[in-house]
Structures are given as C-alpha cells and as structure tokens.
Design a protein around this ligand. Structure first.
Ligand code: SAM
Length: 292
C-alpha cells in the first residue's frame, strides 16, 4: 500500500509555529475514519504512521471551521455530503493530496509523443483529442499543448483539444489561472519558453499564451467515480496518479482508459506505475507507454 503524503511534505515551520498548538489531537479512531473517507472518496490509501502529517495538513482547516475535534469535523463533512454539499469534502481532499508536477516532467514521454504520436496525429480526419487525467496545476496539459502547436500542421492544430481533469478544485483553479513562477518555467526548454509564455502584468510571473490556454478545457473529475465524458481520445496521460490507488482501483481505471482510447491511441502512465501486474488489452511500447 502506498500513501499520498510524502514525509518531505511535513511543514516543519508550521509545526513549530503557534497555530499548531490550537489543533486538536488526531485520535486513532479519527485517523481510521479519515483514512476510510479518503479511500471511499478518491481511492487514495493513507498508510498508518502518517498521523502527525495528516494532523498538520488538515488541522488548520479543522480549526478554521470551528470544529472542536477531528471527529466533529468529520461529522460535519459527512453530514454535508449526505445533503450533496461537497465543498468541505473537497477541502479535506485538497488538504491531504500531493499535487507535485512540472513542465516536461518525465521528458522521455514527451520525446516519444513528439517523435511517434504527433506525426501520426498529423494525418487523421477526426479532430485530435488528448486527456490529461490528474492534471494538477496544469503543467502537464500545457506541455502537451505546446508540443501540439509546434509539431502539428496548422489545420490539425486548429481543431485539437485537450481535456485536463483533476479531483481537486484548488489545483484546477491554479491551472485555469495558467500563471507560473520563474522557477517552474525553467523546466521548459529555452527555445520554447518565449513561444509558450507571456510575462504577467505584474512583471514577475509567466502566463501561458492564449492560443495554448484556449485549447485546454479544465474540469473536475474523480477518476474512481462516473466519467461524464465521451471518447474516443487519441492519447491519455494519467501519470503519477494511480500510484496512490490500490490494485483493484488501478485495474478498473486501466480498463476504462482502454475503452476511452481510439484504436492505436496511447496511454502514458508515470514511470513508477507499470501495468505489469494488471490484466489489460494494451500493447507495451516502452517504459510507461502503452498503445491500444
Ligand atoms: C502527483 S499529481 C500528478 C500530476 C501530473 N499528472 C504529473 O505527473 O505531473 C497527482 C494528481 O492526481 C490527482 N488525483 C488524486 N486522486 C484523484 C482521483 N481520484 N481523481 C482524479 N484526480 C486525482 C491529485 O489531485 C493530483 O493533482
């Protein structure tokens, strides 16, 4: 079993600071309730031993809502969810998930995409559709977008669309803003940076260019629930998301991706997420790349 929280996420400064003292203790039964809720909600497994990390991540939210304990907070979250009010459940998931991402992350995928997938896409009749599933703050779909703009003929680029989804409203809001700091954009090859980004009005940030933003549609979607969307997609990127799911959830997800892809469509998973132990109809192409 894996966990969604890494030890490096521990906000040491927060722990030492004052607000930490206000946070109620996280008792074992409360941790178990939280663990079950997170698993039911989005398939993420929290491992035992992460109690203090969970307490530090979620504690501030508990205090802000005025709940006197984690149990009282969970009562509130569950009561609201029963009435189909999911905002607080979303805040809980946001507090406990890790959204680490980067432009051109795992560059071998994008080398393959440019050399093998885009040339094939250049010739189809149907508009190109790509899905970034678990897109976090947008670096992944915008990396795909810039490669499509650079390497597709204008008529094929014109109709191409990228669907970018995530379970977290917080990261989606940041993705839609499409604004990044100087450190984040250093991962973009220098030759592409100027063609991909404008300087923000404040002068110290970078905004993804309008023509790339226009081709990406961001939407909230929980991968372990219903998918109110229709295929087929020509490529699906679902990288560094399944690693946090158990084998059953991964199996179901990979089967559903297979049905969502057009024949010949590619599935990209994170390099630590081989499909080796799952049953599926994909052909292996190279590490973490599969084709239907
Ligand atoms: C580590 S980030 C990976 C981002 C990007 N794909 C990459 O590889 O750089 C994992 C993302 O998966 C999202 N996620 C986790 N569980 C999910 C679920 N059940 N449905 C949809 N997205 C989920 C998280 O909110 C997070 O933004």
């Amino acid at each position: 079993m894996t966990t969604f929280l890494r030890s490096s996420d521990a906000p040491a400064a927060d722990i030492a600071a004052g607000p930490w003292a206000l946070i109620p203790p996280l008792r074992p039964h409360e941790f178990r309730r939280l663990r079950d809720l997170l698993y039911e909600t989005c398939g993420i497994r929290l491992r035992a031993g992460k109690e203090e990390l969970v307490r530090s991540r979620l504690g501030r939210r508990v205090v802000d809502t005025g709940a006197p304990s984690f149990a009282a907070y969970l009562d509130r979250v569950e009561r609201r969810a029963l009435h189909r009010e999911f905002a607080e459940l979303g805040a809980l998931v946001d507090a406990l998930t890790t959204n680490q991402t980067a432009f051109f992350r795992e560059p071998a995928h994008f080398d393959f995409f440019r050399a093998n997938v885009l040339p094939a896409m250049a010739h189809g009749a149907r508009p190109i559709r790509v899905w970034s599933a678990g897109c976090s703050t947008g670096e992944e779909p915008f990396t795909i977008a810039v490669l499509m703009r650079e390497h597709l003929p204008p008529d094929r680029f014109a109709g191409a669309r990228i669907l970018a989804t995530d379970v977290s409203s917080r990261v989606l809001a940041r993705a839609r803003a499409a604004t990044y700091g100087a450190r984040a954009v250093t991962a973009i090859p220098a030759t592409l940076r100027r063609r991909m980004l404008d300087v923000s009005s404040s002068g110290d940030r970078f905004v993804v260019r309008e023509e790339l933003r226009a081709m990406v549609r961001f939407a909230r979607l929980n991968l372990i629930r219903e998918w109110p969307l229709r295929g087929p997609f020509d490529a699906i990127f679902c990288r560094n998301v399944m690693i946090y799911f158990d084998a059953g959830a991964r199996q179901r997800l990979v089967e559903r991706f297979w049905h969502m892809l057009a024949p010949g469509g590619h599935l990209f998973v994170g390099h630590s997420e081989s499909l080796g132990t799952l049953t599926h109809g994909f052909h292996y192409v190279q590490p973490a790349v599969y084709v239907r």
